[in-house]
Design a binder for this molecule. Structure first.
Ligand SMILES: [Fe+2]
Length: 227
């Protein structure tokens, strides 16, 4: 699929959001979430860059850890690409810790980034593979949110890895809520040793209160975002 980098100035993002039920300023931390509370969702807007592109780096190139590339297509409920959708992700370092960001002091830590889906709905993150929390059985994971043009932010299923020993097959259902489609991915390594995963995003899928174009409210699962 051809990739067309799409730079979207922040003002354009804000104007799109401003046409939604969101308040005019989306950086107040009071943004309503579609259908359900979302703990910490205001952090999605904390430190958002002035302009966004369809490919972004989270961990710097020399950051300790195994390189990871995340790609995917953002799709509308009707299956067509959704250009202009902002995709946000954050995660732990290789030791399973959210390192502090001394600039933003975000509760999401320093390893966070934003992309905007291009004309084909494609997005990409370059980062490192996160470690699982210390003294925990929780699998390695990346948290993700979307900001759709004309809507407020909501979180979607975390990315988790099928080759993670903490994600035994019998535990996968526990981490599968269907928000934005499945976040369960099977990583492969490219010739340079970079982990490659694909995480497509199905807008509105499993999101309470999200208007279904055919059936009205689709009534997804309840829950809260987890930082
Ligand atoms: Fe987490």
């Amino acid at each position: 699929m051809k990739r067309i980098p799409l730079a979207l100035p922040l003002l354009a993002v804000l104007s799109l959001i401003g046409s939604s039920p969101c308040p005019a300023s989306p950086v107040t931390g009071d943004e309503p979430i579609v259908g359900t509370p979302c703990e910490g969702c205001e952090e999605v807007f904390n430190g958002i860059p002035d302009s966004l592109t369809s490919a972004a780096r989270i961990a710097p190139r020399d950051y300790p850890g195994e390189p990871l590339r995340i790609t995917g297509t953002v799709l509308r409920p009707d299956g067509t690409p959704a250009p202009g959708t902002v995709v946000y992700a954050y995660h732990t370092n290789a030791g399973g810790i959210y390192p502090e960001d001394e600039d933003s002091h975000s509760r999401h830590g320093a390893l966070r980034g934003w992309t905007v889906a291009n004309a084909d709905g494609r997005y990409r993150f370059e980062t490192i593979r996160p470690g699982g929390y210390p003294r925990s059985t929780m699998p390695q994971h990346l948290h993700m949110h979307v900001i759709e043009p004309g809507r407020c932010t909501y979180y979607i299923d975390d990315i988790v890895f099928t080759d993670d020993p903490r994600l035994a097959p019998e535990r996968r259902e526990q981490y599968t809520h269907g928000r934005g489609g499945s976040g369960v991915v099977t990583p492969r390594r490219d010739e340079e040793g970079t982990w490659i995963v694909e995480r497509d995003i199905l807008l509105g899928s499993g999101i309470p209160g999200y208007p279904d174009p055919v059936q009205g409210d689709n009534g997804g699962s309840e829950g809260t975002g987890s930082p």
